[in-house]
Design a protein around this ligand. Sequence first.
Ligand code: PRP
Length: 180
Amino acid sequence: MNEDIKKILVTKEQIQKRVQELGKQLTKDYAGKNVVMVVLLKGAAHFATDLSEAMDIPVRMEFMVVSSYGDSTQTSGCMIIRLDIQDDIAGKDVLLVDDIIDSGLTFANIKKMLLAKHPASIKTVALCDKKARRTTGFNADYSGFQIPDEFVVGYGLDYAGEYRNLPYIGILKPSVYARA
Ligand code: PRP
């Protein structure tokens, strides 16, 4: 285990199993539809790749880069769109994918922006759901794991750009971010 990790919250095996379950569910729910995954980089890259492979239907991928946290552990509430989707999503069934829903601001804002492009439908899926931190009434349509109010990293989740490549989701030692 990485020395900056206090505890492993979700193992690699648990992630793989849950992603397969979500993939099966989405395959059923989106059967016969034109699915476009809108993946929020960088955090959702790992999850979206594995989830799309677990879906037994054609899936197009679009990417957005949205920053709300900077290098802090607290949400700033301010959002910067650094990269927007490239293709037209009008009439398509959009699945917005993120690594974590925390305050809910990211999903709420991006969903509103994408709705203005007239998709047939738009739903959200988050790998992790940190309900204790919700400041909006927004909930994901699908989520992988309910997680406690701890700073988690791994499988796409970062602290200051690091730890995304850990194969598990772990709680970061507070001493790591206390240094900042
Ligand atoms: C993180 C995370 C979500 C968002 C969730 O993004 O990846 O997109 O915050 O928080 P919210 O529900 O409070 O809006 P970040 O800006 O850290 O970008 P990253 O994906 O590159 O890590």
